[in-house]
Design a protein around this ligand. Structure first.
Ligand SMILES: *[C@@H]1O[C@H](CO)[C@@H](O)[C@H](O)[C@H]1NC(C)=O
Ligand SMILES: *[C@@H]1O[C@H](CO)[C@@H](O)[C@H](O)[C@H]1NC(C)=O
Length: 233
């Protein structure tokens, strides 16, 4: 599936970038961007984008009119982890649905880092993290499902060996791995999930530095994957 983008945004025609200035009126009055990226941060980082910022910056550099929105959720760890994931899943579903209602023609990009990847995995592939959720049915709205061009996950605890969209040398699953043989059929051609074997959270390694390094290591690869989903209209 390819998503049309204007020649201006693709950099083929000279840019006349409409800037939605910071603090430029209320949300309802903001023009819709061609590309909107949602970022969800990793556990215990302060509100904002956390390490998902690296790829978001690359995307904004490529398409300066891109707008970015952080998923608002606790990103808590320890005893609060699973509650935080539940809150996060619902935040992904709610924030993306609200955006798609406001801007049905915008292209949506999702990027989740670590716990932020887990909540996106659940929202798009079905979520066993809340009792009321069906673990194999996507939770996002139909408009979001139509509008999302790419879903980039890095250091996802739901990683399991054998996923068709896996990139990296991990051969084991994370601490919240999907069952072996799991498929995310509706979105798997739009997902890219990065995990290397030294990672203790998406794999079974013991090097947390690897876990924090995917933006640097794979950001460009992820950007190219996103570009591969876009076509000039
Ligand atoms: C989840 O949805 C699928 C497909 O609609 C259905 O077959 C399955 O029974 C559901 N599982 C649960 C636990 O509700
Ligand atoms: C996997 O990739 C990581 C990061 O690039 C590297 O440090 C590690 O040595 C690799 N491990 C194997 C088993 O290839």
């Amino acid at each position: 599936m390819l998503f049309p983008l204007s020649l201006i945004s693709l950099g083929i025609l000279g840019a006349r970038v409409a800037t939605a200035g910071p603090g430029g009126g209320d949300a309802g009055a903001k023009a819709c961007p061609e590309v909107h990226v949602f970022g969800a941060r990793e556990t215990t980082t302060p509100p904002g984008f956390g390490t998902s910022q690296t790829l978001i910056d690359l995307l904004i550099k490529r398409f300066p009119s891109t707008t970015a929105e952080a998923i608002v959720y606790p990103a808590a760890g320890g005893d609060e982890y699973s509650k935080s994931v539940g809150t996060g899943i619902l935040a992904v579903v709610r924030q993306t649905a609200a955006f798609a209602v406001r801007c049905p023609s915008s292209i949506i990009i999702m990027h989740g880092y670590s716990q932020g990847a887990q909540i996106m995995d659940d929202a798009f592939c079905g979520g066993p993290d809340l009792p009321q959720l069906n673990s194999s049915v996507p939770l996002v709205s139909g408009a979001v499902a139509r509008g999302v061009a790419a879903i980039i996950m890095m250091g996802n605890p739901r990683n399991v060996e054998g996923l068709p969209y896996h990139i990296g040398n991990s051969t084991a699953g994370g601490f919240a791995a999907r069952p072996k043989g799991f498929r995310c059929r509706q979105f798997e051609d739009r997902i890219q999930s990065y995990c290397d074997s030294p990672d203790p959270f998406c794999s079974n390694g013991n090097d947390p530095v690897t876990h924090q390094g995917y933006g640097k290591e794979y950001g460009q690869d992820a950007l190219e994957f996103i570009l591969s989903k876009l076509v000039a209209n």
